[in-house]
Design a protein around this ligand. Structure first.
Ligand SMILES: Cc1ncc(COP(=O)(O)O)c(C=O)c1O
Length: 488
């Protein structure tokens, strides 16, 4: 069979049967084909649609009963090629500009295969994968400008990293007993801007504090947190018997890319005795660019920082990190003991600090390898230039929109995000722009996404992917105008 069949092994004399292939050479041939196909796929991305809607027969085919019997590997791969590959989100594509999705990279992809093959559990113990993760943590702290002893843990993404930060800040404020007793009658309050990501109220909910206890402070004209309003809110809460404990600044808001005044927030938190956290989900990689770094000034003073490698860092999904300045505080929020997780004096179970002591996960995959490989493959200067390039494309796109009377820029271009709409009568403008967005997505031309800016429907182009060129951004704009012309 075309390099791929590896029927299930027959049981040996003892009745034992493992899951390794009966014929390793057949699996090798199939694996080589998969690798070649995926490298070709990445090389040829420009020639496929940015997104394809799944036809009903594909949806149906992806609804299989629980497979009781084995299938041939080659047949499974055919299904992947036919049913999966053409219909994924498309964020590797140069004209994908939706949400804040990174483009991935081929070295990260190859590292992911090795990580899966080695399959280490990076929850803890004394092995190389734990050291690779520690290396990524210390590189991350250096990149942000935090001290070398900064603690950190790799997680799925910034939603989890922000949750870890809230939990550490809560435990630091109330003392580690809160882990046993709960918050009781304490009325803890935290603060962030109206433009902050929805994972922050969720983090408050998950940490047992309630999402209402996160005060969403108004933003200024540049979509940055209003510092006077923040000061008032903290004073008002203190007067009302609440216990303010944490402020989160955002470095790159999800809707417009605005960066809060992080130095001012750091000073305010110091003055008020509050935990200073920064959600730098995608903005953090700006620290690698001399052009963008000044915008993020103050991030290095944070008590904790959350960010993603899978956004501006272009590492394949998923990979985020929670950094905590004081390692003791980080540990105090998550360490735990169990008879079967004993640290021994010799052997594999040595080492005092295991990654499972720094977050909610016990079993953990080797996501650090694709981050380590990506950072080493390209170097931080090139990754910083990629971040810069996306901002330059966004600025050019913003200028093109402002120069065209048919279009309206709905927010200042913060970093790499452009929010705009086609002008039309108030009665139809939101619906028209929603239709235009769907038209160009469904045609596979480009994939921006949407948001609301001051209640107005906005087409939102987040230029994150390293493959996106200015021509791609302008092609998206042309497609928007063509779709508008055909509808008006
Ligand atoms: C500012 C910000 N914070 C948090 C998140 C959540 O990150 P993740 O999707 O990696 O959990 C995002 C996602 O876009 C974001 O832009």
């Amino acid at each position: 069979m075309d390099g791929g069949s590896a029927p299930l092994k027959v049981a040996d004399r003892t009745g034992h049967r493992d899951l390794d292939p009966a014929d390793w050479e057949q699996i090798r041939a199939l694996g080589h084909r998969m690798m070649d196909d995926m490298i070709d796929h990445l090389r040829d991305l420009r020639h496929i649609p940015a997104w394809r809607k799944m036809p009903p027969e594909v949806r149906d085919a992806l609804h299989l009963p629980l497979p009781l019997a084995p299938s041939e590997p080659a047949e499974i791969y055919q299904d992947i090629e036919r049913l999966v590959t053409p219909y994924v989100t498309g964020n590797t594509h140069p004209r994908f500009m939706g949400w804040v999705h990174g483009g991935g990279n081929v070295m990260g992809m190859l590292a992911e295969m090795i990580a899966a093959g080695l399959n280490p559990n990076v929850g803890g113990r004394d092995h190389s994968a734990v050291l690779i993760e520690r290396q990524v943590v210390s590189w991350s702290a250096e990149m942000i400008g935090m001290p070398p002893e900064t603690s950190g843990v790799l997680v799925t993404g910034s939603s989890m990293a922000n949750f870890i930060a809230v939990t550490v800040a809560r435990t630091d404020f109330l003392g580690r007993d809160v882990r046993q007793t709960g918050v009781g009658a304490h009325k803890l309050t935290a603060y962030t801007s109206d433009a902050a990501h929805s994972c922050l109220p969720r983090a408050m909910d998950q940490a047992g504090l309630g999402s209402d206890a996160l005060r969403m402070i108004s933003i200024d004209r540049d979509h940055r947190i209003d510092l006077a309003a923040l000061r008032e809110a903290v004073a008002r809460d203190r007067a009302a018997g609440c216990e303010p404990f944490m402020v989160t600044g955002t470095a790159g808001t999800v809707s417009t890319g605005a960066v809060d005044d992080l130095s001012a927030l750091a000073a305010f938190c110091r003055e008020q005795g509050l935990w200073f956290h920064v959600d730098a989900a995608y903005g953090a990689f700006g620290m690698l660019s001399p052009m963008l770094r000044p915008l993020l000034a103050g991030i290095e003073q944070a008590d904790s920082v959350a960010f993603d490698f899978h956004k501006w860092g272009q590492v394949p999904y998923d990979a985020g990190i929670a950094l905590v300045r004081d390692p003791k505080k980080h540990l105090a929020a998550f360490d735990h003991a169990a008879d079967y997780l004993r640290r021994e004096k010799r052997g594999l179970a040595t080492g005092d600090l295991w990654p499972c002591d720094l977050g909610p996960d016990l079993s953990r995959g080797f996501r650090a390898l694709k981050v380590w490989t990506t950072l080493r493959s390209y170097g931080t200067a090139a990754l910083g230039r990629v971040a810069e390039q996306t901002c330059q494309i966004a600025a050019a796109l913003g200028a093109a929109i402002e120069a065209d009377p048919r279009l309206e820029l709905l927010a200042p271009v913060g970093l790499n995000i452009v929010c705009f709409r086609v002008r039309a009568d108030a009665a139809i403008v939101d619906a028209l722009n929603a239709d235009i967005l769907a038209d160009i997505q469904e045609a596979g031309i480009a994939v921006p996404s949407s948001t609301l800016i001051d209640g107005k429907f906005a087409i939102r182009a987040a230029i994150v992917n390293h493959r996106t060129r200015i021509e791609d951004a302008l092609a998206m704009l042309e497609a928007v105008l063509a779709a508008a012309a055909s509808r008006l």
